[in-house]
Design a protein around this ligand. Structure first.
Ligand SMILES: *Cc1c(COP(=O)(O)O)cnc(C)c1O
Length: 400
């Protein structure tokens, strides 16, 4: 191969902006001015000395600002294509901050009927105490969603793909309708991660993450991130995160930045495993239905191809016999029965009794959460082991 041609193709020009996977790996590398450490140091100090009377340095107090946390925030903001970002103590802390900053008192929030159970609990509690008006919408029905937006909204909340049924919202169309109605669009991008989808590119104003999931990816940190497209909105969000006291811890940020370096590798490996698991599920007689945007039979497969750079590693399926759920789960060895997702290890959860247990039965039914529904978060184990384990468990269910 002609190495000259190759280097021209891969952009050896020094002004070339590194690709996202490179930027994720190199975030904060070689930035230590004191000892030139290759990986950035961890600043645990709560306080920073003034350089002189009335002369504040870059930092003063760690709730308001911390160098380690700032590196993680900047790395995620960069991957999402935003103007600025903030790290919070949890994904719910990020969501709380966004609501305080962007939703006027008594304002209207449009949220997905099948949103994350914890988000629904917060929205519902704030609606009950009169802080906001909550309207639940099926955002996979673009016409119904744009009509709901035209009827009046202050903030439009999106989760795409949604949890646990992996329904999609057309971010570009919804953002256009929202902006025409004077509303802001917030996208919870936890499921896709910036590797697979960058909502700001499609018109979203703010992105929130539970960094507990893919961004950290090792199931050992609870954290959140907020990214805003606009610098002034970002400043406002940062002011609220500090004022509410929900900014993230330095050690959590250190770990999450370390996890973020392998985000692209992890998501691509997990996706490979998910494809094999989907093949098994779609061909097994014990399974009644498979929910995965990569399937041509998924009602929004075309949108997934257009809006996402991959179909992800979350797969939901319904057992033909809902009573067999405990048997199936008990027979698994490589999947843990646990809430959460996006870690290197594979998990299985039962939304009706776990993640969405706080949601009353009628709302669960409206959101399509049935008793036989199970959600898999595929990790980065060897896909052959995952397939063998799940096949054996499904075969046992078939016999019972
Ligand atoms: C987990 C999760 C949250 C909440 O994040 P925490 O870090 O647990 O507070 C919000 N949205 C989605 C989609 C989630 O999966």
């Amino acid at each position: 191969m002609n190495s000259r041609t190759e280097s021209a193709d891969s952009g050896s020009d020094r002004s070339h902006c590194p690709r996202p996977a490179t930027r994720a790996v190199r975030a904060g590398i070689e930035t230590d001015p004191t000892h030139h450490a290759v990986t950035p140091p961890l600043y645990l100090s709560t306080s920073y000395a003034f350089t002189g009377f009335g002369e504040r340095g870059d930092y003063d107090y760690s709730r308001s600002g911390n160098p380690t946390r700032d590196l993680f925030a900047a790395a995620v903001a960069d991957l999402e294509g935003g103007a600025g970002g903030w790290v919070t103590a949890s994904g719910m802390g990020a969501i709380t901050t966004v609501l305080h900053a962007l939703l006027p008192a008594g304002g209207t929030l449009l949220a997905p009927a099948d949103c994350y159970g914890g988000s629904w609990r917060l929205f519902d509690a704030l609606a009950r105490t009169g802080r906001l008006q909550l309207r639940l919408v099926d955002f996979s029905d673009t016409e119904a969603a744009t009509a709901a937006i035209a009827a009046g909204a202050d903030v439009v909340w999106l989760e795409t793909p949604s949890n646990p049924l992996l329904r999609l919202a057309d971010i570009a169309v919804i953002a256009e309708a929202a902006h025409a109605a004077g509303a802001l669009v917030v996208a919870d991008n936890t499921f896709a991660s910036p590797v697979l989808q960058r909502p700001i590119e499609w018109g979203a104003d703010v992105v929130v993450h539970s960094a507990t999931k893919y961004l950290n990816g090792h199931s050992d940190v609870v954290a959140g991130v907020i990214v805003a497209a606009d610098a002034a909105v970002s400043e406002q969000l940062g002011w609220w995160a500090n004022t509410l006291g929900v900014t993230g811890g330095a050690f959590d940020s250190f770990l999450a930045l370390r996890g973020l370096r392998t985000l692209h590798l992890r998501v691509s490996a997990a996706q490979r495993g998910a494809r094999e698991i989907v093949e098994l599920l779609t061909s097994h007689p014990a399974v009644a239905k498979v929910h995965y945007p990569g399937l041509a039979s998924h009602p929004q497969h075309e949108l997934a191809v257009r809006q996402q750079d991959g179909f992800g590693a979350i797969v939901s399926f319904e057992l033909a016999d809902a009573d067999a759920v405990p048997t199936l789960v008990a027979g698994l060895e490589t999947f843990c029965l646990a809430e959460s997702l996006g870690g290197v290890e594979s998990l299985i959860s039962h939304p009706a009794t776990m993640t969405h247990a706080a949601m009353p039965a009628d709302l669960q039914a409206a959101a399509g959460i049935t008793a036989g529904l199970l959600r898999l978060s595929i990790g980065v184990e060897d896909p052959a082991d995952l397939v063998a384990d799940l096949r054996a468990a499904l075969d046992r269910v078939g016999i019972n």
